[in-house]
Design a protein around this ligand. Structure first.
Ligand SMILES: *[C@@H]1O[C@H](CO)[C@@H](O)[C@H](O)[C@H]1NC(C)=O
Ligand SMILES: *[C@@H]1O[C@H](CO)[C@@H](O)[C@H](O)[C@H]1NC(C)=O
Ligand SMILES: *[C@@H]1O[C@H](CO)[C@@H](O)[C@H](O)[C@H]1NC(C)=O
Length: 324
């Protein structure tokens, strides 16, 4: 096995073509794809915890190049961007960031790991850009079907408190929808009409409006695996079943699983297709929101971010059809 490097990236076109010529396959030939991590609300790329996770990823799968998504050059600016900003612009900035990285942009594909809101944002990256393409997408405690409650802030956390106050007051105004991040994935089934009309991010990325974006579905359905982890005792991200695209009926608390929703039955996003191909994983882990153990992470890294055979990522576009 060899880590993916700039040199390997440059060699790729020749390599892809060579796989179609008769050749002896080197059984040990495998590639370690880079890993892109998008952190959650209130976190930043400089945090020790995140650096430790990056180190763990490289320990479990040696040679992993890890890129931590950042929306500012400083940790404090990056943290602020988890509360304040227009998510459409943030996802576009990350598209440019990944496409400009000398290692990521020459990789045949990358793996992606999203924590909490970073999970649905990475899914937005896949749906809207996907250059470089994501091989396996893994999300922990993400709000794929939105939140129906805003989280409680810590005492003295002025950025969070200020944001929450605005959220409660005017969640469907253009100002809040373009400036406050959690409002852009707020989705209370009781306010569905307002949501469909005003949601700046989630209603679009979930293809819930009458006009569906077919490239969102095409990109998401092209994933090799999509694993969604839900925290068993999550009371921070409400409802926790949002991690699995489920909807909770707030009247009686019943859960409508993804498979019973039009999002799945009419396959607006390609999730049904992935599920039928055994590529959509619904995982449960014990504990409160984002209370992750090294063991859970290491197991996930082993299962989803291990080295792949070189022949796997070659694009179907390179296959030359024989004239019949
Ligand atoms: C679908 O999404 C892509 C990527 O964001 C965008 O370029 C395109 O205009 C969208 N298509 C429609 C029909 O909205
Ligand atoms: C968010 O940014 C996009 C791209 O700049 C813009 O088109 C959109 O109007 C903004 N959203 C809101 C609610 O202002
Ligand atoms: C939610 O539950 C109530 C009470 O059981 C029911 O009347 C209502 O139709 C349900 N709503 C949805 C969207 O299923």
């Amino acid at each position: 096995m060899r880590p993916f490097s700039i040199l390997a990236g440059l060699a790729l076109p020749a390599l892809s073509i060579a796989t179609h010529a008769p050749s002896t396959l080197d059984e040990d030939s495998s590639t370690q794809l880079p890993l892109v991590i998008w952190h959650g609300l209130g976190d930043d790329f400089e945090r020790d915890g995140l650096q430790e996770i990056a180190a763990l990823a490289a320990k479990v799968n040696p040679g992993t190049y890890v890129h931590l998504v950042r929306l500012a050059d400083t940790g404090s600016g990056d943290r602020q961007a988890t509360f304040i900003g227009n998510v459409t612009e943030q996802v576009a900035a990350v598209c440019s960031q990944l496409a400009a990285d000398p290692i990521l942009r020459t990789a045949p594909a990358v793996n992606a790991l999203g924590f909490s809101q970073g999970g649905q944002f990475l899914r937005g990256y896949v749906e809207r850009c996907n250059v470089p393409p994501v091989h396996n997408l893994v999300t922990f405690g993400s709000q794929h079907n939105g939140i129906a409650e805003f989280q409680d802030c810590g005492v003295g956390d002025w950025i969070c408190n200020g944001a929450e106050a605005l959220l409660r007051a005017g969640r469907w105004t253009d100002f809040v929808q373009s400036h406050l991040v959690p409002a852009q994935y707020f989705r209370d089934p009781v306010e569905l009409d307002a949501y469909l009309e005003h949601s700046n991010f989630l209603a679009d990325i979930n293809n819930e409006r009458s006009t569906k974006n077919t490239s969102y579905k095409r990109h998401l359905a092209a994933l090799n695996r999509f694993a969604m982890f839900m925290f068993d005792e999550d009371t921070v991200s409400v409802p926790k079943e949002s991690s699995w695209f489920a909807e909770v009926n707030v009247t009686d608390g019943s859960v409508i699983p993804l498979q019973q929703r039009p999002l799945y039955t009419e396959d607006w996003l390609g999730l049904k297709q992935l599920d039928e191909q055994g590529k959509l994983d619904f995982k449960t882990i014990p504990g409160q929101h984002m209370h992750l153990s090294d063991k859970v992470l290491a197991d996930a890294f082993k299962e989803y971010f291990g080295a792949i055979k070189d022949s796997l990522p070659s694009s179907p576009g390179l296959v030359v059809q024989q004239a019949s």
